[in-house]
Ligand binder design. Sequence first.
Ligand code: THU
Length: 160
Amino acid sequence: MKKIEHQFTIEEYQLEELNATEQSLMHKATTATQLSYSPYSNFKVGCAILLENGETVVGANQENAAYPICLCAEGVALANATANHHKVPIVSMAITIATLNQKVQDPVAPCGLCRQSILEYENRQQKNISIYLKGEGKKVYKVNSIKDLLPLNFSDKDLS
Ligand code: THU
């Protein structure tokens, strides 16, 4: 038996420690939570994406009475980016939430489906995407690549 150890890093910041660009992106993600349609979960997720051309696009989760049809904020934002800014690389993504009782203080991480989806964008553009995660508190987690959140992943390489 052989053990494979995989190291990954999550940087932890307080919101005020981020630079102006990062804080602005996080602020846009927070504002985007208000675009959420989430009458079933009351869990509003907002995502803001910074593109290499300096533009920002946002997305929020869109639910459906048929629950599995729900769209995550990250997926909505990624589709927005690719539809409106074709082939412009993504630099970073900020993801945050808003709940009814504001009790989710710690950063919330993207679901598995979103991680896989972000991985495809990262591989497509052959450039890492920085990801900033925040809950309703001031703590922010940053990873420099989605691979830090999806270490043993499935990608195009497996199909060749
Ligand atoms: N949700 C997201 O928007 N992104 C994630 O990464 C996890 C979950 C949404 C889906 C659903 O509308 C609500 O959060 C509760 O699961």
